[in-house]
Design a protein around this ligand. Structure first.
Ligand code: HEC
Length: 139
């Protein structure tokens, strides 16, 4: 049992985002060059605003249609758009729409679920921004 766990840790380490080591420099390049990176940053800002509105009890408005661009925005590395990426982006959009259409009572829970689906995709694509994304979660 212990060996299995050790193996899993090693595997996770080996398969974690290969870009991680060069992160700071690449993040700068991504920021300017990729449509997807720009969309991601817009989603980050948008969700930070929503988090604050939820905390203050303000209305969060409507689902921002630009989030749907996740289905065709150009990635820094176009090869990242594989079957797994498509599946995670569909799940993310579904969860995000639920935040806007769900009941007021489950708003906080639905919001955290949507943010957790950002994180789920990042676990499989690029782990660098995960600590930042976690700041969006409502405690
Ligand atoms: C379906 C997978 C997926 C989902 C869902 C997803 N991301 Fe990303 N994210 C990526 C990928 C891939 C990149 C790298 C984009 C590139 O380099 O073109 C990225 C990049 C980023 C970046 C770094 C952008 C930069 O300037 O380099 C941030 C911040 C980010 N995502 C936040 C979020 C947030 C917040 C959410 C949810 C609201 C989210 N992501 C949902 C896959 C995803």
């Amino acid at each position: 049992m212990k060996n299995v766990l050790e193996l899993l840790c090693i595997a996770l380490f080996l398969f974690s985002c290969k870009k991680e080591i060069k992160q700071p420099k690449e993040e700068l390049i991504m920021y300017q060059s990729s449509e997807m990176a720009a969309l991601m940053n817009a989603m980050y800002e948008g969700n930070m605003t929503v988090k604050n509105k939820i905390l203050e009890g303000d209305s969060i408005g409507n689902f921002p249609d630009i989030y749907l661009n996740i289905h065709d925005a150009v990635l820094t590395d176009p090869a990242d758009r594989n079957a797994s990426f498509e599946a995670f982006s569909k799940l993310y959009i579904q969860n995000m729409q639920q935040v806007y259409s769900g009941s007021q009572d489950s708003l906080k829970q639905n919001f955290n679920q949507a943010i957790n689906s950002c994180i789920a995709c990042h676990e499989t694509t690029c782990r660098g921004p995960i600590p930042r994304i976690k700041k969006l979660l409502i405690k």
